[in-house]
Design a protein around this ligand. Structure first.
Ligand SMILES: [Zn+2]
Length: 256
């Protein structure tokens, strides 16, 4: 993977998205109804939607955040960090990151605890039960906007989150707008498709970018700072850290 291209391609697409976005749309969307952010893993709330979460909290409308997987597959084979122990750590890191992004008044996050990197098929009972649970949450919290990862993201859990978002939004029959966050999607050439997609840019002033970077720093296990004995342990590439910059763009799904 040419990680340098993550930043180059992402920056170009983001700049073009800003140019073609409609003036005032960001403020209209932030003021319109309530948001649910469905993050495939702890850290995607920051990498994919950190600016959105900050802006909503600052506007007094903090989002409901839902984590799809338990994040327990990031450091396989560690003799000291079992999947259960790692899942507990990642949950604590997620809560700490959300405090940086949203402050203390935000709704409690929901952890759905799907097994990391092994999403159930869309026709499975677990998928259907999760879609139903999210639909109920949308109803009880009067959610009108749902943001989750882009369907072409090159990670099985990110694609599953997109499929879940689509299934849930479809069930709402137009009452919920669906937005895509891009995390790993910038690493693939298909991201050029986003240049033709309606965009919602969230500008991130310096103070907000500092909060987002502080949030990302809470995910110490993903930055190489905790688990040192996993043979194939994940470590976030530096190029991905640099995507936490002065603007973050969401893209509007054409389906909902
Ligand atoms: Zn992820």
């Amino acid at each position: 993977m040419a990680l340098r291209s993550v930043v180059v391609r992402g920056v170009g697409a983001v700049r073009r998205a800003i140019l073609r976005s409609r003036p005032g749309e960001r403020d209209r969307m932030l003021a319109a109804g309530r948001w649910l952010v469905l993050a495939p893993h702890p850290d995607d709330e920051t990498l994919g939607a950190g600016a959105l979460l900050c802006a909503l909290a600052d506007a007094g409308r903090p989002a409901q955040v839902v984590y799809l997987t338990d994040g327990s597959a990031s450091h396989p084979g560690s003799p000291t960090w079992s999947r259960g122990r790692l899942a507990g750590l990642r949950r604590r890191e997620a809560r700490a990151a959300l405090r940086r992004l949203c402050g203390v008044g935000a709704p409690e996050p929901v952890f759905l605890d799907w097994p990391d990197a092994a999403p159930p098929a869309p026709d499975s009972s677990l998928f259907a039960a999760t879609a139903l649970r999210l639909a109920r949450l949308i109803q009880s919290e009067q959610i009108t906007n749902l943001a989750t990862t882009w369907p072409l993201e090159p990670h099985c859990d990110h694609a599953a989150a997109a499929a879940l978002g689509q299934a849930v939004a479809r069930r709402q029959r137009g009452r919920v707008r669906l937005y895509w966050c891009v995390v790993w999607g910038w690493t693939i050439p298909e991201s050029r498709q986003l240049e033709r997609t309606a965009a919602l840019p969230i500008l991130s002033p310096a103070a907000m970018t500092r909060r987002r970077r502080a949030a990302l720093a809470q995910h110490r296990s993903q930055l190489g700072g905790v688990v040192s004995d996993s043979p194939g342990g994940f470590r976030l590439p530096p190029a991905m850290k640099r995507t936490v910059a002065d603007v973050q763009v969401l893209f509007r799904s054409t389906e909902a």
